[in-house]
Design a protein around this ligand. Sequence first.
Ligand code: NDP
Ligand code: MG
Length: 382
Amino acid sequence: MRYVTILGSTGSIGTQALDVIESTPGLSVEAISGHSNISLLEAQARKFLPEYVCTTDETKYSDLKTRLSDTSCRVLCGEEGILNVASLPKSDTVITGIVGIAGLKPTLAAINSKKRIGLANKETLVTAGDIVKEACRKTGSEIIPVDSEHSAIFQCMEKRADAKENVKRILLTCSGGPFFGRSLNELKNVTKSDALKHPNWDMGAKITIDSASLMNKGLEVIEAFHLFDVPFENIKVLVHRQSIVHSMVEFCDNAVLAQLGAPDMKLPIQYAITYPNRLPMTGNELDLLTCGNLTFEEPDRETFRCLDLAYKAGKTGHTMPCVLNGANEEAVFLFLSGKIGFLDIAETVEAAMQAHKIIENPTLSDIYDCDKWAREFVKSKI
Ligand code: NDP
Ligand code: MG
């Protein structure tokens, strides 16, 4: 039996990770964590009977403990709890399904305990990619991407010792989100519910808004830079409305390898756990005869400005990607709370980047300081 720990089990990635474990023989859950959704956490604990259940929201601890008092689960909470859960002895793999920079410390704790990381929490690499990669180098811990595009790239490169030096370009596909084809003027008054209607994927609220603004693709460009050591100039974003080609790699001899599949996160989640093996998966097969035409086009960088802001932050490096991310997390939160408009997201992120004084080669504590600064900056602008 192999054990897996799921951080953020109550979210979109977390619930699908539990589905994968349920349908895969030989896999079991050692621990799960959620934040505020205690009812779902309780239901998951009763179904999977993990040894540990953690809520990062300390105010929910006594409620969760009471709810699970008739089970064998040990209930933990807060930062200490999540760091414990990320480093338990039995699990060899930790799926990081927490949203935002909140996933950074638990991911580092799992790396320092030599776990394989099934990385969904892209903000970890965006905010502290160099620190995370250094921790992996020291411990030998490997990151297998769960993000569908990066899983596709990883699958195109896998088992090829020469893959990295022979890569010419990464072609990162992008659905274009719900606002594809709209002008700046048409985006002025879009609402939260318009932005939450993603055409192809059912995801958490934050990443769905990021997909609408193309910030998600920008974060993914930085994620790809860290995962695959490809310079920003050689990472190209292509709008592919159908989300069938999950991404591509162009090699030096002009060969382009792609990974295709129906839009379903269970494949990249399962692959991150079972790599280098592939296991059968039932349902959701790709039927090329019925999936329609596959199209590719340039993103509209002038309307969806977050994409270039992310390239700029990535190329600048040091603490700039952390400021981009922190400002964006805060702006998305304010947009979801109805306090700012959709176009204000790019504006405030850009203003934060312009005002930021870069700290070179930041420590983890510098990263948290810059994240805090960026959030305060955005809040001060409304
Ligand atoms: P969700 O919002 O659906 O889930 C987020 C999870 O994180 C929940 O379990 C939530 O708990 C928990 N959480 C929220 N705040 C905190 C906090 N402060 N501390 C600890 N845990 C917290 O998000 P998704 O599953 O959609 O996304 C998770 C990550 O995966 C993101 O980084 C996203 O970019 C990435 N990703 C997601 C994809 C998808 O298809 N959903 C695809 C590719 C990447 P609770 O709900 O109990 O409050
Ligand atoms: Mg993605």
